[in-house]
Design a protein around this ligand. Structure first.
Ligand SMILES: C[S@@+](CC[C@H](N)C(=O)[O-])C[C@H]1O[C@@H](n2cnc3c(N)ncnc32)[C@H](O)[C@@H]1O
Length: 322
């Protein structure tokens, strides 16, 4: 956060510097002396050993940081235990000095679905809304953007990002521990925005898309990934309470409805890049999460339905122009 504010001139955020400062100041204060879970995660972060990775590979399905000969075995055994202190690791995978973080999600499958549509990323300003531990930001960083900034309000994921950045040290990657609705509407600023796995958590998805539009340059690209219904009738599912055991799911649009939302928010050239059922190959329980996973969210007798009887998770990726 401090680095983001300090680099305001290079980042060309001067127009919104006051706003960023007033939003981030309380966060900076909080993280100096964090409370609750953040305190526990911060203790883990402080303990992480200083190891200089001999190599980095960001352009790979698994982000690889150094190798096992970069530190003594004993140090790496302790590091493995410390990294478990930041469980659950949802997005990835990662390999740190030979330690495999086999995350719940095989996030490269999603990356592979949209990478062919990214175009030239070099020199671009990119926003990743709901950036989690930064997996997609790090993969984007392999293509030399001028900056990638993530917004991620959940402390466990923010600390995972800090742990990874301790070793990656990517100067053009930032993460702000705030919600997108706190983010200044940086008119005509971003060339590219990713909003993946977030809209179905919002009570007003169209307002969110409108606000995203306000942060972007004319002609910039948005990549939106969302839970969808596979029909094209312009309809939407609104679960009674839970969807796949999640309490915070509101609108699940069908493919036409998703287009209507984007159109109404001001986007054009709307393309559906991919529609995929979420499978237990992509989302599954590993030793790096202490919770249930997709297999527990299906109707046990019929995997085409969630445990609540709704259509099982299908996700679509849309690209559109601001
Ligand atoms: C389902 S995960 C998706 C993570 C990643 N974008 C991906 O596609 O794999 C949703 C993420 O969005 C974050 N999130 C939820 N509400 C948000 C908001 N209002 N602003 C920014 N991030 C939010 C959550 O903390 C979580 O990390």
């Amino acid at each position: 956060m401090e680095r983001f504010l300090l680099q305001h001139k290079e980042l060309k955020i001067d127009n919104w510097l006051d706003e960023f400062e007033s939003i981030l100041k309380p966060e900076i204060e909080f993280f100096k002396d964090p409370k609750g879970n953040a305190y526990t995660f911060n203790e883990v972060l402080k303990k992480l050993p200083d190891i200089k990775p001999s190599s980095l590979n960001l352009d790979n399905y698994k982000i690889i940081i150094g190798n096992e000969s970069d530190a003594e075995q004993q140090v790496l055994e302790q590091l493995r235990k410390d990294l478990h202190g930041l469980d659950p690791w949802r997005k990835g995978p990662f390999e740190l000095f030979g330690i495999e973080i086999d995350t719940e999600w095989q996030s490269w499958l999603k990356w592979d679905r949209f990478k062919g549509y990214l175009g030239n990323v070099e020199g671009k300003r990119i926003l990743d809304i709901g950036s989690s531990n930064g997996y997609y930001m790090f993969r984007l960083a392999a293509n030399d953007p001028s900056m990638v900034v993530g917004v991620e309000p959940q402390h466990s994921f923010f600390y995972q990002y800090l742990a990874l950045q301790k070793y990656l040290n990517l100067e053009n990657v930032f993460c702000l521990p705030i919600r997108f609705d706190q983010f200044p509407l940086t008119n005509n600023y971003f060339d590219m925005v990713f909003c993946m796995g977030v809209l179905y958590h919002r009570k007003s998805p169209v307002e969110m898309l409108q606000d995203i539009h306000k942060t972007m340059k004319n002609g910039g690209d948005i990549f939106v990934e969302n839970l969808v219904l596979e029909t094209k009738q312009g309809l939407c599912l609104f679960p009674e309470s839970r969807y796949a055991k999640m309490r915070n799911v509101f609108f699940i649009p069908d493919l036409k409805c998703m287009e209507f939302w984007l159109e109404r928010a001001g986007f054009s050239n709307i393309e559906c890049l991919d529609v995929s059922k979420t499978t237990i190959k992509e989302q599954r329980k590993t030793e790096w999460i202490g919770t249930e996973s997709l297999i527990n969210f299906f109707d046990p007798k019929d995997h085409s339905k969630t445990i609540e009887g709704y259509p099982a998770p299908v996700r679509a990726i849309f690209k559109a122009t601001a």
